[in-house]
Structures are given as C-alpha cells and as structure tokens.
Design a protein around this ligand. Structure first.
Ligand SMILES: Nc1ncnc2c1ncn2[C@@H]1O[C@H](COP(=O)(O)OP(=O)(O)OP(=O)(O)O)[C@@H](O)[C@H]1O
Ligand SMILES: [Mg+2]
Length: 264
C-alpha cells in the first residue's frame, strides 16, 4: 500500500534541498523535503508566502533543478518538464492573441492531434469548465475566473497524468474561487488525475486535498502532512472542517495560541 492508502506512488520527493546562490548571498529555500504522492491523489502544499511552495512545485515539475536530492515520477528521476504532466500557473499562462477555443487547442497542436479531433476535444473541455458560448472570445474579453477556467481546460485537454497547480485561484474573488474549487473537485473526481496544488489558503487546502503538507519557512520544510478523510463535497462550515482548520492553525501557531484564538 502506498502513501495514505494509495496503491501506487506516483511522485516521490527524496531528501530535496534547494539553495539559491548569487554573488552576495545564499538563500536556503528548501531543506530535507521528503514526501510521496499517490496516483490519483489530490495533494496540497500549504504554507506562508516565501516558504518555498513554488520552488518545490517547480522542481517537482522539472522546471527547476534541486541542489541535492531528487524527484521521482513513476520511479524515474525528473530532470526536465515532461508533456505528460502539465502546470497551471497563477497568471493563467494563456495566450492573449488566441481565442478560448485556440487556447484550449494549444497543447493538442503540440501533441500533433489533427484539426477536427482537436476541435472536438477542446469543445468537450470548454464545456466541462462551463465556457460554452465563449469559444470565439479572446482573453481580454473574459473575467479572471473565466481565464482561469480556460487555463484549466487547456491543461486537461492534453489528458495529463499529473497537474501541477501553483495558486491557480489566487487572482479571483472569494466567491468565484469557491465555485472554481467546486468545479475542480468535480473534474478531478471524473478524470482521476494526480493533482499537486499549491496554496497559502487554509480553507482551500481543506476543501480540496486528500492530504495537506504544511510547510514552514526559512528554510522551507515540511512540518507535517495531514490527511483529510472527509467525504466530498465538503461542507466548509461543518465541525469536521473546522476541526482540521484548528489542527492546521496549531501547526502554524502552536496549540496554546490556537486554543486561545478559538475561545475568543
Ligand atoms: N530564482 C530565485 N533566486 C533567488 N531566490 C529565489 C528564487 N526563487 C525563489 N527565491 C527565494 O526562495 C524563497 C521561496 O520562494 P518561493 O517562490 O518558492 O516561495 P512561495 O512559498 O511560493 O511564496 P509565495 O506564496 O509568495 O508565492 C523565497 O525566499 C524567495 O525569495
Ligand atoms: Mg509561490
């Protein structure tokens, strides 16, 4: 049995360290990171700004090299980005000169999928993210939440095994964000992808994750990994939800402070 009940380990991070060096100083961004993500798992990396979440995600996705240690995906060391895994960035990463349809088709073009098949696959994912009718629009005509959906549709359209997401809902308002989280959970439920999701939002991590790695800064370390066993869709105001929230607060601030806060 793999991590947290998963039969197959999809990603393994082993003794990972990252040091950024320039002429004047070194910055110890990550130290002794060890974790395993199961195939089909929704895994969240949660921590404050600057704790190394993006650095860790970028190393896992092959965009950045570790100083020491390694990342294995499907048992093989990852040394460069691989088209079987996609990354959704906070700034959407969509092309302003392409329409919604053309943006969603982009990864399929790279894969060499032919015109009509490409069109049909893109349409299917545009529908899945609720953007029917917007196929011919350009990004400047869309809201932030809609652009985020385009970015998600483009990622899903290439049928990746893993989706790396770096604060993808950071730029949208709280209500739209909740809607996008709901949609993402539904899509993940249908598509059975492995998702690594970076966030600094505690509620977001509890709503989405099977497990949450709590990170602390300078250097970035994994303080603990919490399992969220609540069934989905999760009730954000339910006592189980709030119980996990209290646990996470106590990881960040210490149990005593956390209980004082809760009593207030
Ligand atoms: N290319 C780089 N060169 C030097 N230092 C860097 C580089 N990239 C990141 N850092 C430093 O590494 C640390 C971790 O940065 P990282 O972007 O991973 O944090 P983060 O947890 O994603 O923060 P945020 O939530 O604000 O996005 C920070 O102190 C940052 O200044
Ligand atoms: Mg970041």
């Amino acid at each position: 049995m793999g991590s947290a009940g998963y039969d197959n380990i999809k990603i393994a991070v082993r003794d990972l360290t990252k040091l950024f060096s320039n002429n004047s100083h070194n910055l110890h961004a990550l130290e002794a990171i060890n974790l395993e993500v199961g195939e089909g798992e929704f895994f969240c990396l949660l921590g404050p700004s600057g704790c190394g979440k993006s650095t860790l995600l970028n190393i896992m996705a092959g965009f950045e090299k570790p100083t020491a240690g390694k990342v294995l995906i499907g048992g093989e060391e990852i040394k460069a980005p691989n088209p079987r895994y996609v990354t959704v960035f906070q700034d959407y990463g969509i092309f302003p000169w392409r329409t919604v349809q053309e943006n969603v088709e982009f990864g399929l073009e790279i894969k060499g999928v032919n015109g009509s098949e490409r069109e049909n696959i893109a349409k299917e994912f545009i529908k899945l993210v609720g953007l029917c009718g917007f196929e011919k629009r350009h990004p400047y005509e869309l809201s932030g939440g809609m652009k985020q959906r385009v970015s998600l549709a483009r990622a899903l359209a290439v049928n990746p095994e893993i989706i790396f997401m770096d604060e993808p809902f950071g730029a949208v308002d709280a209500l739209t964000r909740m809607k996008l989280q709901e949609e993402l959970v539904k899509i993940w439920g249908k598509e059975n992808k492995t998702i690594i999701f970076v966030t600094h939002d505690i509620d977001e991590a509890i709503y989405l994750g099977d497990r949450i790695a709590v990170m602390t800064p300078v250097p970035g370390k994994i303080k603990s990994i919490l399992e969220v066993t609540m069934s989905r869709p999760r009730i954000r105001t339910g006592s189980d939800f709030l119980g996990i929230k209290e646990k996470i607060y106590s990881e960040f601030f210490g149990l005593e402070k956390c209980q004082q806060k809760v009593k207030l």
